[in-house]
Design a protein around this ligand. Structure first.
Ligand code: TYM
Length: 328
């Protein structure tokens, strides 16, 4: 069957993936495989903007490949690869940087946030991050980019950069990508306030054991106004209830929605129910992950093969780009 177009997405190899990555992006990666030609990338070069040492980079890349494969990325259909295996992306990054006004980069909220987070390591790569991300996307002639809402400014930047490049070099070589979000655009961490992320240590990893999951879920912050079990709660402001709506059967969601409001169910009980449903949901994922983990050379082969397929597309695009720019 002819596919509707190309999908590309990437994630930094920060280690094992969490519920934010899963609900905000990976679920879309898996779903889109049916109708689109999909390319999924472990962006190890992007990770270098924040890491101090590259000691764990290979292990983190492997862990992430396990998570994606276990979640349902099918290497027989989709391309799964590591960013640094396709050096053409660095070349395209340089060309795109020539049509990027500096002020646009310094204005981006994601850059400002990183400057706040790591004032001692404001490197050039951090500033050029959206340009490299644009290169990732356009190198594969991407139509659709599934990402969480936090990445929306980067996709908008990519669209503007494509327009600038095509106009400046009078070409149609690059395609303007469209963003695609999941229903849950932003997943909150166990603090119930901030975006779930590893750097804030408020995350729940998919690959935890069931026991570790229960422990982590017990730490989740519920309705802050509810001090005692006998106080009625408000599920509408409770992150645990938000999670129930995703992972629990409808009758249980309805029951909690009623009982919480009249203090008929306590927060601990509510959390344990969520943990049980989450563990059940993740059972097939964890089994599949363990099976891949036992065969590291197979995973390596998948990444190597994906890298070769990705590079062939990248080289064809670069030939067009150089031609458009009249590079000798
Ligand atoms: P990264 O590695 O931070 O996250 C990977 C994906 O997970 C989504 N995500 C979330 N969604 C909802 N709620 C959350 N709490 C949450 N945390 C993470 C992110 O939106 C993302 O989709 N810059 C990108 C990586 C990248 C990329 C690309 C993405 C590099 N090149 C090209 C798409 C296309 C990033 O740092 O994602």
């Amino acid at each position: 069957m002819a596919k509707k177009g190309r999908v590309f997405s990437g994630a930094r190899p920060t280690g094992r993936q969490h519920l934010g990555n899963y609900l905000g992006a990976i679920q879309n990666y898996v779903e889109l495989q049916t109708d689109y030609d999909c390319v999924y990338c472990i962006v190890d070069v992007h990770a270098l903007t924040t890491v101090e040492t590259t000691q764990e980079l290979r292990q983190n890349t492997f862990e992430m490949a396990l998570d994606w494969l276990a979640a349902g990325i099918r290497p027989e259909d989709s391309i799964l690869f590591v960013q640094s295996h396709v050096p053409e992306v660095m070349e395209l990054h340089t060309y795109l940087s020539m049509v990027t006004p500096l002020g646009k980069l310094t204005d981006l909220p994601t850059f400002k946030e990183k400057v706040r987070q790591q004032p001692d390591n404001v490197n050039y790569g951090l500033l050029g991050y959206p340009v490299l991300m644009t290169a990732d996307i356009v190198l594969y002639k991407t139509d659709i980019v599934p990402v969480g809402i936090d990445q929306a400014p980067h996709i908008e930047f990519a669209r503007e950069t494509v327009r600038s490049f095509n106009y400046r070099f009078n070409t149609k070589a690059l395609i303007e990508p469209q963003v695609k979000h999941t229903e849950v655009k932003k997943v909150l961490g166990i603090d119930g306030k901030e975006k779930m992320s590893k750097s804030l240590n408020n995350h729940i990893e998919l690959a935890l054991t069931p026991e570790e999951t229960v422990k982590r879920v017990r730490e989740m912050v519920t309705d802050p106004a509810r001090q005692r079990k006998s106080d009625p709660g408000n599920p509408d402001v409770c992150n645990v209830f938000t999670m129930h709506k995703i992972f629990s059967p409808q009758e249980e969601v309805d029951m909690i929605n009623v009982e919480c409001r009249k203090a008929g169910i306590g927060c601990v009980d509510c959390k344990l129910r969520f943990a049980a449903n989450l563990n059940k949901h993740l059972e097939p994922f964890r089994a599949k992950r363990a099976a891949f983990e036992a065969k590291p050379s197979e995973v390596q082969n998948i990444l190597d093969h994906g890298g070769k397929r990705a590079r062939a597309i990248a080289q064809a695009t670069m030939a067009e780009v150089r031609e458009a720019m009249k590079l000798p």
